[in-house]
Ligand binder design. Structure first.
Ligand SMILES: Cc1cc2nc3c(=O)[nH]c(=O)nc-3n(C[C@H](O)[C@H](O)[C@H](O)COP(=O)(O)O)c2cc1C
Length: 209
């Protein structure tokens, strides 16, 4: 269970002064080469918390980087959505094990506009659209059978029609105020460069591994 990290170095002289530019470079590098089918390099751990100090984490998929924000889509009545409503400060964490890298983001989350959510919803495969319609995400349900029956009923209902974007489904974007790039190195002396926003400036600092 002990792996040695010796692929590359992460040096101050090699990074972009803008963390979003640097993130795009790393995302691109994570996608390079022959990757196994199951690997989703846009998977990220989203951690949210309520006002009372309860923290929860789960994986969601990064769906865009427009406006220098991290975009994802989910159910607006889910546990994560309730927590983001209570506390808009969230954290994202990407793990790209095949290149021995991690990126951590801390930022403030906002809902996407209805137009943007609907536009993205209609680009999804029909099965995913129906899935979003049928799922009362994070709520307790009687059984899988009940859910599947509801899905069959919706398939019939919308057989000939456009599936509407549910009111309780849509996007969020995270505006980062801190982004840390981690590169695995030998002897556990990993490289960690953290961008911290001060006003409109990004300050880059090296952290001890
Ligand atoms: C690889 C992977 C990708 C996922 N992508 C999403 C996603 O983009 N949006 C989403 O709502 N849930 C996604 N999920 C499911 C979430 O991890 C989670 O189960 C769900 O959003 C409910 O979370 P909550 O009850 O904490 O709100 C994904 C799960 C995995 C394993």
């Amino acid at each position: 269970m002990r792996r040695s990290y010796k692929l590359v170095r992460l040096l101050e002289k090699d990074i972009d002064p803008d963390p979003m530019v640097q993130f795009r470079i790393w995302l691109g590098e994570a996608a390079e080469g022959e990757l196994p089918d199951w690997m989703e390099i846009n998977a990220m751990t989203l951690s949210t918390s309520d006002g009372g100090g309860c923290v929860t984490s789960r994986i969601v998929l990064l769906k865009g980087l427009d406006d220098n924000k991290f975009w994802f889509y989910t159910n607006y009545a889910s546990q994560k959505a309730k927590q983001m409503q209570a506390n808009p400060t969230v954290s994202l964490c990407f793990l790209w094990q095949h290149i021995q890298r991690q990126v951590r983001v801390e930022g403030t989350v906002e809902k996407a506009s209805r137009e943007q959510s609907a536009s993205y919803f209609h680009k999804r495969p029909r099965d995913s659209q129906l899935g979003a319609l049928v799922s009362q995400q994070s709520s307790v349900i009687a059984s899988r059978e009940v859910m599947e029956k509801n899905l069959e009923a919706l398939k019939v209902q919308y057989a000939e029609a456009e599936i509407p974007c549910p009111d309780d489904w849509g996007g969020y974007c995270v505006s980062p105020h801190q982004v840390e790039f981690w590169q695995g190195r030998e002897s556990r002396l990993h490289d960690r460069l953290r961008y911290r926003k001060e006003g409109s400036q990004w300050i880059i600092e090296r952290l001890s591994p």
